[in-house]
Design a protein around this ligand. Structure first.
Ligand SMILES: Cc1cc2nc3c(=O)[nH]c(=O)nc-3n(C[C@H](O)[C@H](O)[C@H](O)COP(=O)(O)OP(=O)(O)OC[C@H]3O[C@@H](n4cnc5c(N)ncnc54)[C@H](O)[C@@H]3O)c2cc1C
Length: 395
């Protein structure tokens, strides 16, 4: 990417997970921007469930020079084994046969490993303010005046919200989340449990209609990632945001469940920082207003049912940086960002409409159909990559 102007413009990015540091990297590398990243957590948040980097997003991390290290961090899960209500094996399939990813090209890494690599690529060049956040911002003709929670006040040429699904930047720009959040009918909890089954680089998934419990071993002999998800037609409102009430809701959905689920619920009750949320998408008619823009989950979260949240964040950060660098004014640049990325986002968000939830069927009949499909998969080679993953060619 090459800069259109020679005067440095100042940018504040809110959020240091995936989209934020990726955008900071591209803007800094251009030499045209002075970048500050503010993150409300006291330090970079590590941990997190395995996430996928696919198709166009692999090209974005390759261009950032991160591919060799991401290949080292690649989890390379071997098998996914599906269990019935009593814990009996239904089918055991190559992990690649499920994801719809391109085997040997797409990556699966721990979210924390990706965040640390992105952060490491800019930490010495860009200002990071941890343990702070934007309190208020006000736009005027020459910039955006920002007041931070710490009391710090500064003016930036541009502000970007990379602050995730429940973005405060988005709320300040476009109003409450309910207007843009599309609930997809599932709630979930993610946490870690002791690796009592001795699992190694494999996924175990137990299902009954409308419920799934999964254990995902990423190579750590001590701990595995636990995932509980259940169908609930009506959105749970703010229940999952309240840790006590959220855990109670999950526990009641799995009250009579067999296999390892009782032990998982016990671990969930003890977990220090469980990640509870709904499967939902953010669908906005526009991703910016004036000098303030959104990127990643804040703008177009696709939900875990698509497995494309991280890939959209990486591609979105690249495209936003590219637009800012190749257009003289912010208005043209932000319009180009929207125009050039929207079809890719729509295709990926649309994956849920094409059966993205097929791993978590709601009825007994649909579960039986899925199981029949899985029994067939054990004999097949890995599925071809989905067109949505590669539909955008990076400029
Ligand atoms: C701790 C954590 C664990 C996750 N685990 C999973 C997972 O297991 N599976 C999965 O599918 N997805 C998970 N995700 C979401 C997944 O990482 C996203 O789909 C994807 O990474 C999109 O990245 P993002 O940078 O747009 O948003 P996010 O990864 O959500 O990052 C947003 C960042 O903004 C920060 N932030 C929030 N509000 C403010 C504020 N007001 N001011 C400043 N900073 C703020 C957050 O602390 C976070 O660092 C997780 C996210 C986090 C933060």
């Amino acid at each position: 990417m090459t800069a259109h102007t020679s005067t440095k413009r100042s940018v504040l990015i809110s959020g240091a997970s995936v989209a934020g540091p990726a955008l900071a990297y591209w803007l800094h590398r251009s030499g045209a921007f002075e970048v500050t990243v503010v993150e409300k957590a006291a330090a970079l948040r590590d941990g997190g469930y395995p996430i996928d980097i696919r198709g166009t997003a692999v090209e974005a991390v390759r261009r950032a020079g991160l591919l060799p290290r991401l290949r080292e961090a690649h989890l390379d899960a071997r098998r996914a084994t599906f269990l019935d209500a009593g814990g009996e094996v239904i089918a055991s399939v190559p992990a690649g046969a499920l994801a719809g990813g391109a085997e040997g090209q797409d990556l699966e890494v721990r979210r924390g490993d990706l965040a640390a690599l992105l952060y490491g690529s800019v930490r010495d060049d860009v200002e990071f303010l941890f343990g702070d956040c934007v309190d208020t911002f006000e736009e005027h003709a020459d910039g955006v005046d920002v007041t931070f929670r710490s009391g710090l006040r500064r003016t930036y040429d541009l502000v970007v919200g990379a602050d995730g699904m429940h973005s405060a930047t988005r709320a300040a720009l476009f109003g409450p989340e309910e207007r843009y959040h599309r609930y997809l009918g599932y709630c979930f909890a993610l946490f870690t449990v002791p690796n009592t089954l001795g699992l190694d680089r494999e996924l175990l998934m137990w299902n009954t209609p409308g419920r799934a419990a999964a254990l995902y071993a990423t190579g750590d002999p001590e701990e595995v990632h636990a995932f509980l998800t259940f169908h609930r037609p009506e959105a749970p409102g703010g229940t999952l945001r309240d840790p006590g009430a959220g855990v109670d809701l999950v526990a009641s959905a799995f009250a009579d469940a067999g296999w390892e689920v009782p032990a998982m619920l016990e671990a969930l009750r003890k977990a220090a920082d469980p990640f509870l949320d709904t499967a939902g998408q953010i669908r906005l008619p526009r991703w910016s207003r004036g000098r303030v823009a959104l990127v990643g989950d804040a703008a177009y979260a696709p939900s875990f049912l698509t497995g494309q949240g991280t890939s959209l964040a990486l591609v979105g950060a690249y495209m936003l940086a590219h637009s800012l660098l190749t257009h003289p004014g912010h208005a043209e640049a932000l319009a180009a960002y929207d125009r050039d990325l929207r079809a890719f986002v729509a295709l990926n968000q649309g994956l849920v409409d094409e059966g993205g939830a097929r791993l978590f069927p709601v009825t007994a009949e649909a579960l039986e159909r899925r199981n029949t499909m899985l029994r067939g998969l054990s004999a097949l080679p890995a599925a071809p990559p989905r067109p949505a993953h590669t539909a955008l060619v990076l400029p």
